[in-house]
Ligand binder design. Structure first.
Ligand SMILES: NC(=O)C1=CN([C@@H]2O[C@H](COP(=O)(O)OP(=O)(O)OC[C@H]3O[C@@H](n4cnc5c(N)ncnc54)[C@H](OP(=O)(O)O)[C@@H]3O)[C@@H](O)[C@H]2O)C=CC1
Ligand SMILES: O=C1CO[C@H](CO)[C@@H](O)[C@@H]1O
Length: 293
């Protein structure tokens, strides 16, 4: 079992540097994946209302806590979920959060993020996106002040969306989650986060599998992995961590879940990091939020 280090958020809360991603984690696979992850030292679980798996993950966590042989308490876990685009706005956000908490069967969440800066119900240029974001953020601040969520944040916000949020927020977001891997090295977003003490959380670190399964061939990645005697997945996750990002690889495969957490025993050199940084080509594996008003 690996020891996963923590980062400390701008409100003093500790968050594991690595967690389990759960997008496309089907209900039938939840128990096996979450148990494997916990056995490998994972404590952070990244879900979303839109992933439709909060309830089974919550049930598995409860079983693990109730089974005293594991010695795990609620406080040992870091449970994160996200507000879907169509539930944006003050009232809708409060309602969606309350339903989410019930599905988890928890008294509080550790982290709640606004999933996207906009919704596909509106044209990208519609100014209502900004209104909705503001209402949602005010709702998150209320939930935070009531202790129903221990940290709050945003996801898929670009530099412009972050600047806008910083102009009116009372609470500076603790976390920004966005797509980050060597083919999409979003340095401007990392920099504005660092400047404002917002923790970066990277998603699709292994390009949804495509950066490591041969679909996209990156010879230098293989060379670096061979040099350090690790896999290409480990190099990509370590690259994120060395950019001070939390990484949340998704897998249902116990061997991969264990291997993905094993990234804290080696270090990429400055030259390795630069070689990987220079691969950036604005390649998104998920939706690109740049055009959202
Ligand atoms: N905020 C947002 O908008 C988004 C957030 N996310 C979050 O980030 C998480 C991770 O991103 P995601 O897009 O899922 O993609 P990842 O880059 O984590 O890739 C997941 C895929 O890679 C495979 N894989 C994982 N590890 C290995 C390995 N060591 N060797 C070979 N294959 C491997 C998995 O296969 P298998 O499961 O079969 O083992 C799965 O198919 C999500 O699950 C979600 O929690 C993701 C996208 C958007
Ligand atoms: O979290 C997510 C996983 O990826 C999906 C497809 O790109 C996104 O829609 C969603 O935001």
């Amino acid at each position: 079992m690996s020891t996963i280090p923590n980062f400390v958020l701008n409100n003093g809360v500790k968050i594991p540097a690595l967690g389990l991603g759960t997008y496309r984690l089907k209900k039938c696979d939840v128990e096996k994946a979450v148990r494997s992850a916990v056995a490998s030292g994972y404590r952070l679980i990244d879900s979303a209302i839109g992933y439709n798996n909060e309830e089974p993950i919550g049930k598995t966590i409860k079983k693990l806590i109730d089974d005293t042989s594991f010695g795990l308490k609620r406080e040992d876990f870091f449970i994160a979920s996200k507000l879907p685009p169509n539930d944006q706005g003050y009232d809708c956000c409060l309602k969606a959060f309350s339903c989410s908490l019930k599905r988890w069967n928890l008294n509080y969440l550790d982290l709640f993020l606004i999933h996207w800066p906009g919704t596909s119900k509106l044209k990208p240029s519609d100014p209502m996106h900004a209104e909705n974001r503001k209402g949602s953020w005010k709702a998150l601040e209320k939930l935070y002040s009531e202790g129903k969520v221990k940290s709050i944040g945003i996801s898929n916000y670009t530099h412009r969306h972050i600047t806008e949020l910083l102009s009116y927020c009372t609470i500076v977001p603790q976390v920004l989650q966005f797509e980050l891997h060597p083919l999409l090295y979003q340095k401007d977003v990392i920099d504005i986060c660092k400047k404002n003490n917002i923790q970066v959380q990277a998603y699709s670190s292994v390009g949804q599998g495509k950066l490591i399964n041969g679909e996209i061939n990156i010879p230098i990645l293989k060379e670096i992995a061979d040099k350090h005697e690790v896999t290409t997945a480990q190099v990509l996750l370590r690259w994120g961590y060395q950019h001070d990002a939390i990484v949340i690889p998704k897998s249902i495969t116990p061997e991969r879940i264990s291997l993905n957490a094993n990234i804290f025993h080696f270090e990429l050199t400055e030259q390795d990091m630069e070689s990987l940084d220079s691969l950036s080509e604005n390649r998104h594996f998920c939706w690109d939020p740049t055009d959202i008003y």
